[in-house]
Ligand binder design. Structure first.
Ligand SMILES: Nc1nc2c(c(=O)[nH]1)N[C@H]1C(S)=C(S)[C@@H](COP(=O)(O)OP(=O)(O)OC[C@H]3O[C@@H](n4cnc5c(N)ncnc54)[C@H](O)[C@@H]3O)O[C@H]1N2
Ligand code: MOO
Length: 427
């Protein structure tokens, strides 16, 4: 038996999955093992921010007292068109995102321009399929003649070699796009752990009203979302009868980094986890933790290196064990640096909170105002209180008095708004 603190320290110290170069499309959710630096300046070339005209320095010819430019050549058909250099007094059509040609001073947006046609040539332009060559003037009030106007200069966002993402950062969907913009096709990440879920119990049913001797399954529906919130990717969810051979076969065949089992952690003849692990030659790393509920939780390492976290079958016990050990365990496998892993918060007790008979008590709590209170219905076989609880509070053996600070661990996947809806049974 380990103390809760010993167990959490042990799982948090497990080595991260080895980092690997991973195509960006497979890398979302991974933790960067190396920083991402720009491989080019951002943007890498001067581009237009508007549909309109790239203007060279004007010649001193004026039309009706205004500056003018000559349009002699077809403009950009799309943002990929590369345009020839401009001579003084020349303008050429550009679209948003076009690299502006050498010699451009500013970009005049199309709605601030007027073109006096001299000829019509067939090609696309900001004004449509047919573009005229001719003399271009700008509306008097336009600010677009200021040098640099409507040009996104190369390197304005970042020079080449700038660190944009740090080692240890989670590759969120947006950060994956940032890595692509920085010029990467692959990134070096600690991969997202593959998690296989095995629920045991011949009495567990997945549909309909349970007969005496049956129980509706609480884990198959909830664990995938909770695991996803902890940063794992669930590969398969399988329900097994209380059969050591079936469980042993699944454990020897698994390709997961982590197997989560539910039920069968105790010592009765119906409990299959320990005999199955023994048959596999597994090393037991944690054999029960001094906490209630959830004390029969078990952590083992298979000869293949795959870890097995055995959650107790009582629903509240299973969820408590996943909350307290699953978060640091998956965080360690993912290579999450400790601060990002620490979602734990401290709140003041809004009432006296009773301890467990033995060890640390894990109590579902709700936040009301600035303090926390028991969510109620906290027996290990109950689920009702947890439906409106945002965290498990850790109550030490001496109990907690009103006003004392309490350490709380958010329930994975259970993101409640700051002012959660009241439970249906609140008055
Ligand atoms: N003699 C002792 N008996 C028990 C002890 C003990 O110390 N000595 N500890 C109790 C505690 S505490 C717990 S927790 C459970 C641990 O049990 P197991 O992990 O072996 O789980 P099972 O026996 O398979 O099931 C326990 C309970 O949970 C229900 N269950 C199981 N799976 C599901 C599921 N998917 N969905 C809903 N409910 C599930 C199952 O029907 C049982 O009622 O052992 C105590 N006994
Ligand atoms: O884990 Mo049991 O209370 O400890 O349900």
């Amino acid at each position: 038996m380990k103390s809760l603190q010993q167990a959490r320290e042990l799982v948090a110290a497990l080595p991260a999955l080895p980092a690997a170069d991973t195509p960006l499309q497979d890398a979302v959710g991974g933790i960067l093992a190396e920083p991402v630096r720009t491989r080019l300046p951002l943007p890498h070339t001067d581009t237009s921010a508007m549909d309109g005209w790239a203007l060279a320095a004007p010649r001193r010819q004026e039309v009706g007292g205004r500056l003018s430019w000559q349009v002699r050549r077809p403009g950009a058909e799309h943002p990929g068109t590369r345009l020839p250099a401009l001579e003084a007094g020349e303008a050429i059509g550009v679209v948003t995102g076009s690299p502006v040609p050498a010699g451009t001073v500013s970009v005049l947006r199309s709605e601030h321009s007027r073109l006096e046609p001299t000829d019509t040539v067939r090609h696309s332009s900001p004004e449509g399929e047919r573009e005229s060559t001719g003399t271009l003037t700008a509306l008097p009030e336009t600010p677009d003649l200021q040098p640099g106007r409507n040009i996104r200069p190369a390197g304005v966002e970042a020079p080449a070699g700038q660190e944009l993402l740090a080692a240890g950062d989670t590759l969120t969907p947006v950060r994956t796009a940032v890595a692509a913009v920085a010029g990467y096709d692959t990134v070096r990440i600690h991969p997202v752990p593959r998690v296989q879920i095995l629920t045991t119990g011949s009495e567990v049913i997945s549909a309909g009203l349970p007969e005496p001797g049956q129980v509706r399954d609480t884990f198959t529906l909830s664990l995938p979302g909770m695991v996803a919130d902890l940063g794992g990717a669930v590969t398969t969810v399988t329900r097994l009868d209380d059969d050591v051979t079936g469980l042993h076969e699944e454990l020897t065949a698994t390709a997961a980094h982590l197997v989560l089992t539910t039920g069968g952690t105790a010592h009765s003849r119906a409990d299959t986890l320990r005999p199955a692990l023994q048959r596999c030659g597994a090393e037991i790393l944690i054999d029960s933790v001094d906490m209630r509920p959830g004390h029969p939780v078990l952590l083992a390492r298979l000869p293949s290196g795959t870890l097995v976290l055995g959650l107790p079958g009582n629903p509240l016990a299973g969820f408590a064990a996943l909350t307290l050990l699953g978060r640091p365990l998956l965080g360690a496998l993912r290579g999450v640096p400790a601060p990002e892993c620490a979602e734990v918060f401290t709140a003041s007790a809004g009432e006296d909170l009773e301890p467990a008979r033995r060890g640390q008590r894990l109590l579902p709590v709700r936040r009301t105002g600035g303090s926390i209170r028991s969510a109620g219905f906290s027996r290990p076989h109950m689920m009702r209180g947890l439906a409106y609880a945002e965290a498990f509070a850790v109550i030490p053996p001496r109990g907690i008095q009103t006003g004392e600070p309490v350490t709380c661990h958010p329930v994975p996947g259970h993101h409640l708004p700051p002012h959660p809806r009241r439970a249906p049974w609140d008055d």
